[in-house]
Each structure stands twice: as C-alpha cells, then as structure tokens.
Ligand binder design. Sequence first.
Ligand code: GLY
Length: 126
Amino acid sequence: MTEENILQLNQRLLDAIAAADWATYEELCDPELTAFEPEARGQRVEGLDFHRFYFDLGKPDGARHTTMVDPRVRMLGENAALVTCIRLVQAETPSGPTTQRAEETRVWLRRDGHWRHVHFHRSDSA
Ligand code: GLY
C-alpha cells in the first residue's frame, strides 16, 4: 500500500462521513476505534456506537464537499500509517454555503491484509 493509497482511503472515510454513509464508515473502521473529537467533550470515545448516532440522524439536505488540505502520510512500518491534514467541509445550508475547518490526525492499521481506521483526533471546528 502506497502513501497515495492511504490518502485515498482517508478521503473515502471523510466522504462517507459527509454523506452519512454508515456502511462504508463501518467497513473502513476497526470496531475498537478510539477517538477524541469535539462532540465527545474531551472524553476518549471507544467503539463505533458514538459515531453511529450522527449517521442515524440521516443524510444532510444540502451538498457537502470535503477537502484534505496539506495532507501528510507517515508510514509507521509496513502495517501502520499516520495521516495528518486540515479538513475543510463545505456545506450548503439554508442560510447559504458554509465552510468548517479542523485539524485532524488519523491512524490506520493493517491486520489480516485489510487496512482499518483505528484512532483519530480532531480539533474544534473553526
Ligand atoms: N466523527 C466520525 C469521524 O470523524 O470519524
């Protein structure tokens, strides 16, 4: 797996989040995913249930587009990779287009030949 392939996986994950596509998100994530994100108010979240809540709210009404700005991949041996980027999410809302920005770190691990997302940390949106 090349660094470019890891970035494609990361983009696929972010696109799944933007589209509320639970099947793809679940396929790409380890069941024991850990996360720090603003929604969890400083708590480390483990597993997928916390994230599923947001997918179950349904698909967003307006269009969304996610861009990884200045993405970097650092391979940690052959079976782990660290992705860092600024994540921009453009959204169509009733009051007009908006853009949210956050710093993200995501960790990917290969087990049994499959790459899975195992941990992420996202800053507050700005
Ligand atoms: N809140 C889900 C994710 O960012 O992976």
